[in-house]
Design a protein around this ligand. Structure first.
Ligand code: URA
Length: 482
C-alpha cells in the first residue's frame, strides 16, 4: 500500500508529480491512500519506493481539469483524479465521454472551483495598510473562499495590482505579493484591518446603482452569495435596501412621468403635420407647394402640379391628383380627363378659364408598368398631408362654389369619404362653410366601357356642371349642410 500527502500550497504541481510517478510505476488506484494533510493518518503516511517503467502521456484536457479540481475541498479529490487517470491511460477517448459518471463528477468539481475563483475575483476587498515610509503602497484583504482558490487565482490579482504590495489572507493559505514577487504562506485567523478611506465612496456607489424596481433577491444572492457579504463593506446596506425596495419602487412609479408610447408620439407628430395649416404670404404659396416633402409622393413624381386660374375666381374645380400628362406638363387637367371636362363644360357654357382649377393631391401617384405609369389612388394619409395646400388655395381664392370631382376631392373638401354616386349632384360644404358641389370625375367617364352606362354618366356629369353655371348666375340658391 502506498500513501501520498499533497500539501495545501503547491497542490497542483505536487499531485501531478505524484500521480505521474504512480502511473509510470503501474500502481493501481486501490493501492494508494491519498491525503491532503488534514486527516490524522496523513502524518504517518509513508511512500514506498517506486520503480518507474513507462513514459506516460495523457490528454491535455485532463491536465487542465486536474489543475482546477485539486483546489476543491472534497477529501477524495486526489483519489478520484488518479482513478480516472488510471482508466484514461488505456482509453484516452474517455475525456470526451459525456456519459461517464466519474468524468461528470470531476467536471462538476471543476465547475464549482471555477465559480469560486470568479467570486473571489469579484468580492475580495482590499484595505490599505501602507507604512508612511514605505516606497510601495500596501494592501491587505481577508477572504473566506469555499475552496482553496487563493493560489490558482493569485495571478489575476498580480495582473491587476502589480504596482502595489498586497496580501490576501484566508483561513487556509495567504497569498503575499511583495516587491513584485508572489509567494504563499499558511492561512491565518481573521486579522483586524483598518477601515478604508474609499469604503464610503464604494458604499454610496453601490446604493446608487441599486434599482429597487428591479430587485430580484434570488438572482442577486446567486450572483453575490450571502456568505461573502460579511467581508464586503457595501453588503451591509443590502438588507435595508431590500426592505425599502417595494416602497421606493412605488414612489418611483408615482413620480415617473407617464410617457406616451413611442408609436403614439409618432402618430401625434404625423397628425400635427397633417393639421399644420400653411399661413405664409400669398406669393410664397407656389414655391412652398413645389418644395413639399410632407409625404413620400414627391420622391417619384416629376414635379408638384399647382392650381391655376384667376386670383379671385368665383369657382374652384378640384380633381384628385395630376395624371401622367399633368405630371410632365406641370399643369392640371391637360390630359384626356381635362379634355373631356372642357368638352362637357363647353356644352353648358361653363368657361374653365374663369375657374381656379386644382387637385386635392399635388403629386402624381403611380406604379410603373413597362414604359407606362399607371395611376394609383392616393391614400388617406397622402390626402391629409396635402390638405393644407388646398386649404391655403381656398383661403386665397375665396371661391363662391367649389366643384369636387370624384371621391378623393369630395373627401378632402368635406371630410366625408361616403360613396360618391349617392352624393353626386348634391351640395355639401367645407368646414368653413364654402359650398361644395359633388360630381363624378371625368376619368370615371373615360373608364366606363358599357355605352349605356357611359352615356348615363356623361349626362349626369353634364347636369352637375349645368347646376354649377346656374349657381354662379344666382339661379340656384343653396343651403349647404354644415
Ligand atoms: N385627374 C385629376 O384628378 N387631375 C388632373 O389634373 C388630371 C387628371
Amino acid at each position: 500500500m502506498h500513501s501520498a500527502v499533497i500539501p495545501k500550497i503547491g497542490s497542483a504541481e505536487a499531485w501531478r508529480n505524484t500521480a505521474r510517478d504512480f502511473l509510470s510505476a503501474g500502481v493501481p488506484p486501490h493501492q494508494i491512500v491519498w491525503g491532503d494533510g488534514t486527516a490524522p493518518n496523513d502524518l504517518f503516511a509513508q511512500s514506498m519506493e517506486l520503480a518507474p517503467t513507462a513514459r506516460i502521456t495523457v490528454p491535455r484536457s485532463f491536465v487542465t481539469m486536474a489543475n482546477t479540481v485539486v483546489w476543491h475541498s472534497d477529501p477524495e479529490r486526489f483519489a478520484r483524479l488518479y482513478a480516472y487517470l488510471w482508466r484514461l491511460k488505456d482509453a484516452p477517448h474517455l475525456m470526451s465521454d459525456r456519459g461517464d459518471a466519474d468524468l461528470s463528477r470531476l467536471r462538476l468539481m471543476e465547475k464549482n472551483v471555477r465559480r469560486c475563483q470568479h467570486k473571489m475575483k469579484a468580492f475580495v476587498r482590499f484595505r490599505e495598510i501602507s507604512h508612511p515610509d514605505a516606497a510601495r503602497r500596501s494592501f491587505a484583504a481577508w477572504f473566506e473562499p469555499t475552496y482553496n482558490t487563493v493560489e490558482p487565482t493569485a495571478d489575476f490579482f498580480v495582473r491587476r495590482f502589480g504596482d502595489m504590495d498586497w496580501r490576501i489572507i484566508t483561513p487556509d493559505v495567504t497569498a503575499i505579493f511583495e516587491n513584485r514577487k508572489l509567494s504563499f504562506a499558511e492561512g491565518q485567523d481573521k486579522p483586524t484591518l483598518p477601515d478604508d478611506a474609499s469604503e464610503q465612496l464604494w458604499i454610496t456607489y453601490f446604493r446608487n446603482i441599486f434599482n429597487p424596481a428591479r430587485l430580484m433577491v434570488k438572482a442577486m444572492q446567486s450572483e453575490m452569495p450571502k456568505k461573502y457579504w460579511k467581508n464586503m463593506p457595501e453588503a451591509a446596506s443590502i438588507p435595508q435596501m431590500i426592505a425599502d425596495a417595494p416602497a421606493r419602487a412605488r414612489a418611483m412609479a408615482d413620480a415617473a412621468p407617464s410617457l406616451a408610447p413611442a408609436r403614439t408620439a409618432k402618430l401625434q407628430a404625423q397628425l400635427a403635420a397633417h393639421q399644420s395649416a400653411w399661413n405664409g404670404p400669398r406669393d410664397a404659396l407656389p414655391a412652398a407647394i413645389r418644395s413639399c416633402t410632407r409625404c413620400p409622393l414627391h420622391c417619384n413624381a416629376t414635379q408638384a402640379v399647382l392650381g391655376e386660374g384667376p386670383d379671385h375666381a368665383p369657382l374652384m374645380i378640384v380633381g384628385e391628383q395630376p395624371g401622367d400628362h399633368e405630371d410632365l406638363a406641370g399643369r392640371p387637367f391637360v390630359g384626356p380627363a381635362g379634355q373631356l371636362f372642357d368638352q362637357i363644360a363647353g356644352e353648358v357654357h361653363l368657361d374653365r378659364t374663369q375657374a381656379y382649377v386644382t387637385n386635392a393631391v399635388k403629386h402624381f401617384k403611380f406604379t410603373p408598368r413597362g414604359k407606362r405609369r399607371i395611376h394609383q389612388r392616393p391614400n388617406r394619409s397622402e390626402i391629409e398631408h396635402c390638405r393644407p395646400w388646398m386649404s391655403a388655395e381656398i383661403a386665397q381664392i375665396k371661391p363662391k362654389l367649389i366643384v369636387a370631382m370624384g371621391v378623393t376631392a369630395a373627401e378632402a373638401l368635406t371630410g366625408s369619404g361616403e360613396k360618391l354616386l349617392a352624393r353626386r349632384g348634391g351640395i355639401e360644404a367645407t368646414s368653413d362653410g364654402t359650398p361644395v358641389l359633388i360630381t363624378l370625375h371625368p376619368s370615371y367617364l373615360l373608364r366606363l366601357t358599357d355605352p349605356q352606362a357611359k352615356a348615363d354618366a356623361r349626362s349626369s356629369f353634364r347636369q352637375d356642371l349645368q347646376k354649377v353655371t346656374e349657381f354662379l348666375s344666382q339661379r340656384v340658391v343653396v343651403y349647404p349642410q354644415i
